[in-house]
Design a protein around this ligand. Structure first.
Ligand SMILES: Cc1ncc(COP(=O)(O)O)c(C=O)c1O
Length: 411
């Protein structure tokens, strides 16, 4: 079909986001996004699971929602209830779980249930870009709370809550990624979780807990989920199979009381999330998840070590970072003169994609010279060559690092 000359521009409603750019292929060295390690997708296991579950139950695909109802494939919800109990201390039944199309849909549904234009929410100062863009689009006021090496700072949260109360503002929720935070990689210790729950209860502000990286802690030991620790039910918990199995499957979940789930379900007007993915995941995960995840973690840890070594070699002291306790990202501070929004542009032109800090923060000044690097999807070779190329671009543009691989360069 020809492109035609009909012009839709005058029909577009106000407030649409800027148009998407056409995809022009992946950059040579891609450190962006929450992509996973291609070699760690359990392809053979997924093939066997797909064959087994389709042979046994394939005819159920004839009905919307299979025969499990609108909350999602029941064996997957049963697997999750069991896993969440063992891994995160969450005591829930399959009936408290709603399967969604990736945890991004969980963000949309919970926002849809709780937020109206002009509302206020509290989030971590550095946070998931997908959460930030949604809140901005909804016209919600965002209060960012600084983090330290143990995640969200409770003194700053207490001060923000008190300040909002003085101004008669009751935030709609406190959104947090407490267990391997995106982008900082921090884990909120148990004593801070107790404090966070106390503040949430004192001020009557629920917690929105996004736990999608919780399976990826190197030593496998995590504090209990906020949802598990709450005595009042004022926590909504979301998670995903994107980071533990594969993001392209688009399967996530919400765990919450019926008061919230019933509202989220009423907004979920897509006639159910993809059933085949749910069936395959349930069939694979029930017997194999516990063995798959430690292997995945070991592989990711190896790639992180490659990345940290490459940064040390290429940037020396010009790149500062903490060794994260898990996950797929490294949050890196470059010298103050580096504007990572500019670095992003020149690096992309040289085939290296990075996430500039300001896109992951409510505080543009503070995050100006930070960048987020995903180490899960590039190969170790790509990590080594990509970081060398990035250092070269950074030196040309900003004069740092002055020494690359311990060799002094002229700017
Ligand atoms: C903190 C956080 N929440 C939610 C998501 C969305 O994940 P998905 O929709 O693939 O489950 C991501 C993806 O990177 C994330 O980092």
């Amino acid at each position: 079909m020809s492109a035609g000359s009909f012009d839709f521009a005058s029909l577009l409603p106000a407030g649409l986001p800027a148009p998407a750019a056409k995809w022009t292929g992946a950059p040579r060295y891609n450190f962006t996004g929450g992509n996973n390690d291609a070699d760690q997708v359990p392809v053979d296991g997924l093939i066997a699971a797909a064959e087994a579950v389709l042979r046994r139950e394939g005819r159920a695909l004839a009905s919307y929602g299979l025969k499990s109802g609108p909350q999602g494939y029941r064996p997957l919800r049963e697997f999750l209830a069991h896993k969440l109990m063992h891994a995160a201390g969450i005591s829930c039944s399959f009936d408290d779980v709603l399967i969604v199309s990736g945890s991004l849909q969980a963000l949309d549904l919970i926002n849809g249930v709780l937020l109206a234009r002009g509302d206020t929410v509290i989030i971590e100062q550095e946070t998931y870009q997908g959460a930030l863009t949604r809140l901005n689009r909804l016209g919600v006021n965002v209060v960012g709370i600084p983090l330290d090496q143990d995640g969200m700072r409770m003194d700053a949260l207490a001060a923000a809550l008190a300040d909002l109360k003085r101004r008669n503002v009751r935030p709609k929720y406190i959104y947090t990624i407490p267990t391997v935070q995106n982008p900082t990689g921090t884990i909120l210790p148990e004593r801070r979780r107790i404090e966070l729950l106390r503040l949430s209860e004192d001020y009557g502000v629920p917690i929105f807990e996004d736990d999608c990286y919780a399976d990826l802690i190197w030593d496998g030991r995590r504090p209990p989920a906020l949802y598990a620790m709450s005595k009042t039910g004022g926590v909504i918990h979301i998670g995903s199979f994107s980071k533990s199995i594969a993001p392209a499957l688009r399967v996530g979940f919400i765990v919450a009381g019926w008061q919230i789930l019933s509202r989220a379900l009423a907004l979920k007007t897509d006639a159910g999330s993809g059933a085949l993915e749910q069936m395959v995941l349930a069939e694979f995960c029930t017997p194999h998840f516990a063995a798959h995840v430690p292997k995945l973690r070991r592989g990711l840890r190896g790639k992180l070590e490659t990345l940290m070594a490459a940064l040390n070699e290429q940037f020396g002291t010009a790149a500062e970072f903490d060794d994260p306790k898990g996950g797929i990202f490294l949050w890196v501070k470059l010298p103050d003169q580096v504007d990572t929004l500019k670095l992003y542009q020149s690096a992309l032109a040289a085939g290296v994609a990075i996430n500039p800090g300001p896109e992951w923060s409510t505080n543009q000044g503070h995050s100006r010279s930070w960048m987020r690097l995903c180490f899960a999807s590039p190969t170790k070779d790509e990590i080594i060559h990509g970081i060398a190329a990035l250092a070269e671009v950074c030196r040309k543009e900003f004069g740092v690092p002055a020494r690359i691989a311990n060799v002094e360069r002229r700017a």
